[in-house]
Write a protein that binds this ligand. Sequence first.
Ligand SMILES: Nc1ncnc2c1ncn2[C@@H]1O[C@H](COP(=O)(O)OP(=O)(O)O)[C@@H](O)[C@H]1O
Ligand SMILES: [Mg+2]
Length: 606
Amino acid sequence: MNGVPSLSDLASRHTMLTGADVEWLHALVSDWQLIADLSFADLTLWAPVRDRRGWLAMAQMRPTTGPTAVHDDVVGLRITTGQRPLLDAAIAQRRICREGDPDWTSGVPVRAETIPVTRGERVIAVIERSTNLNSARTPSRLELTYLRGADDLARMVAEGTFPFPGEEPILVRSPRVGDGLLRLGRQGQVTYASPNALSAYRRLGLTADLVGADLGPVTARLYAPDEPIDDSLMVVASGRRPRETEVEANGSVVQLRAIPLVVGGSRTGALILVRDVTELRRRERELMSKDATIKEIHHRVKNNLQTVAALLRLQARRLSEPEARSALEEAVRRVGSIAVVHETLSLTPDEVVDFDDVAARVATMAVEVSAPELGVTPRLVGTFGRLPAAVATPLAMVLTELLQNALKHGFGPADGYSRGSVSRRLDTPERDGHEADSHGPDRPGPDGRGPISRGPDSLGPDGHETDSPGSDSCETVSLGPDSLGPDGRGPDSRGPDSLGPDGRGPDSRGPDSRGPDSRGPDSRGPDSRGPDSLVVTARRLPGKLTVMIADSGAGLPEGFDLSTSDSLGLQIVRTLVAAELGGSLTINGRPAGGTLVMVELPVETV
Ligand SMILES: Nc1ncnc2c1ncn2[C@@H]1O[C@H](COP(=O)(O)OP(=O)(O)O)[C@@H](O)[C@H]1O
Ligand SMILES: [Mg+2]
């Protein structure tokens, strides 16, 4: 058997219970913890099987207030008629039946009672109540109150007035007997208050005695005098309706649940379950504001990183040494890739990001920042899926680094810093203004941009400029068009060549499928290239993520060895992949030319 069968399953397979009967039983068992606790007894729900020759155990409940008498799981158990005469008696006599002597079969004295479950005019099932008499002693005031409450409820079950017809079952965790209990008399006055219930009322600010008081008015008075009194509060606190409410006063929050007791057609009073939920509510509020705070922090981190990137970029533009400029540009890119992750995180309450989105933006950024003039558009194939922030940030940096290498070493000019020709660059009006006089036209400076054209002041739709620490100098130093970051590349600001969802359609080539542009390494020269291909393939398997970055570029230099390569880019990649992500990294030349980098990471499903 696979797990415990559900009440509905058992009912439809083995009994003659109708849909409405089953509904009734569902409502009963969603609330019968109360009866088990008040009785200090185990409850088993039995329904007659279809041929009426036996009984089937449909559900079971143990008390949280005392020891169990039924150690076995009995749900699904079938017994024949006559095996437990008390069950047959309850259905035949339509009343609560008690056994005279305790049953010792399980080794402890157990007293059994049976309560017919009545819906409308019919008895549809029977509750067997088993009390472990081992713990029985002279009952305290509390126990007596509990037991009396239990008896009232048992009679209501037999009379068909409990569960409360027509009331929605309470689905959230409602107070339990052990949380605190008040017994109200016929007129709504408190006749008994358990210690927990009394403490809860003390925390609400009650100083007077509770026993003897009218609970409705007493509870209402705890509210600030000028606050309107909640109607539902009065109804619940007076025990007239089977409802739940919350009282907030004196810095505490207390949940009240009323169970009106009507036995034999006359009102005998009510039980009020009382639970102090102050801590719970405070935690809930804290969690809610924590979510908002975390999002806000990610947003600010992103803004600050963008500012750092913009400052580095400005610095780069002032340098004339190509190597120095290139180093700063790389720093700009590294910082920018982290900013992308933080921006993604600032949009969700959980520390999980859709990495396909991040990858697309990182790829766009890699081209935009360093090689717009190459005319190479990375394609993304497959899916990264959702990744925890702790994986996403290093992976975004790794991807940036590897894309950058493909663009720079695979497709870039041999010297690594300059393409030697601007003929393929897209001229945009704003670039001319910044660049022509700051460095030679043959250098794709840090402000070289791809097809994505941004206005000079477009720091982004998020209004980042207003709180950017660099905003004062925005005008003079032109942070605008050069500023790095995810801004300005929403779906509508993307140029036709930038990477979008359509850039990874089913026709996208895998890393190993060389397209018509594949060439041998020796056929290439700076001016003889066809369309270059740069493909990122992500494959997410259970517990594992594989990322391949394949370019059709110049290929690795002679004698290249990853393990001995001591340049910064691959050193960063190696460290992040191995130490931070616990994965592996390989770089190889491709047979037909170009380079294939493979990253394999262990990743849990999130
Ligand atoms: N995709 C690639 N195609 C060709 N050569 C590559 C590629 N990736 C890395 N390399 C080689 O590996 C070297 C080390 O790369 P890296 O550590 O990132 O340093 P850097 O990019 O600063 O040169 C590069 O200088 C280049 O020779
Ligand atoms: Mg590099």
